[in-house]
Design a protein around this ligand. Structure first.
Ligand SMILES: [Ca+2]
Ligand SMILES: [Ca+2]
Length: 288
């Protein structure tokens, strides 16, 4: 009978109940993992000495099941928290890596444009190189029609005896009666600077003729006046000339070459309104 019983000792004023596991159960466990004694709080004020033989096998089984259940529940909850934290931490690392990669890649991309008539670039834009505007002679029949931004540090080819001269410097052919109202300074016969600018983290660049402000979501790079060759000479590309045009150097001799003339509107096929007859044509270079 004693094999299946254990003693419950309740001392006077004792606050703890000590339950001894049956010897058969106690023998099944070993070392630190053996939990044959379970200590539980007991009610206060039980001051009588009590000694009784009780069969606690079922209670032990219930306690064991309960403890196992609680341990499983605790482990499950703990593992869930740990895994959740690991996932959150990993996601944070992944997100940070993605953002850093995007920022790094964006630094490599951008758009380029020529800022005609200025040696530098707008704030925040990188100067690729600065130089002198050039192009074909203003009344030559052949050759290119576009203006070129020629670097100040050219790498020259070998001399040739045959002639096919089509690369000239550019001049402002802008005197008092041609100068747009918004431009200042004396530019006539002065040579023309230019800058090639790189704007990072942008994917598009446009020149808007007929406006000085960009449309919504576009960022202005510079604004000015649309210019090209005179209508009596061979045609050229249009170019947007910075409103704050500057001269390439201090020389003002009249060599001609590729010439810049301000252009004017002509109503008819060009609808007026919204345009206005014989007006300076504004322009703005925008990026986004
Ligand atoms: Ca000149
Ligand atoms: Ca000239």
């Amino acid at each position: 009978m004693a094999r299946n019983f254990c003693w419950i000792n309740i001392g006077v004023c004792c606050m703890l109940l000590t339950v001894r596991i049956p010897s058969s159960l106690a023998s099944e466990c070993n070392g630190d993992s053996c939990r044959d004694v379970i200590t539980m709080p007991l009610l206060d004020d039980m001051k009588a000495t009590l000694k009784a033989d009780l069969d606690v096998t079922n209670m032990n089984n219930h306690l064991k099941a309960y403890i196992e259940q609680q341990i499983q529940k605790g482990v499950k909850t703990a593992m869930k928290d740990i895994m959740g934290q690991l996932i959150d931490n990993k996601l944070e690392v992944v997100n940070a890596t993605i953002v850093a990669t995007i920022i790094e890649e964006l630094e490599r991309y951008g758009v380029t444009y020529v800022r005609w008539e200025r040696k530098g670039c707008p704030d925040g834009a990188e100067l690729v190189y600065t130089g002198q505007a050039g192009g074909n002679y203003y009344d030559h029949k052949g050759g290119g029609v576009n203006y070129l931004c020629l670097p100040n540090d050219p790498e020259n080819g070998e001399h040739q005896s045959s002639t096919n001269s089509q690369l000239y410097g550019a001049e402002y052919q802008i005197f008092k009666n041609q100068k747009p109202h918004g431009m200042s300074g004396s530019l006539g016969n002065r040579e023309v600077p230019c800058g090639v600018c790189h704007r990072k983290r942008r994917s598009s660049v446009i020149t808007v003729p007929g406006r000085k402000t960009c449309y919504e979501d576009w960022n202005p790079e510079y604004n000015g006046y649309l210019m090209a060759a005179h209508n009596d000479y061979k045609r050229t590309d249009y170019a947007c000339i910075d409103v704050n045009a500057e001269q390439f150097d201090s020389k003002s001799s009249d060599e001609n070459g590729a010439l810049f003339y301000p252009i004017r509107t002509k109503c008819g096929s060009l609808r007026c309104p919204p345009f206005k007859e014989h007006a300076d044509v504004l322009c703005v270079v925008c990026t986004k």
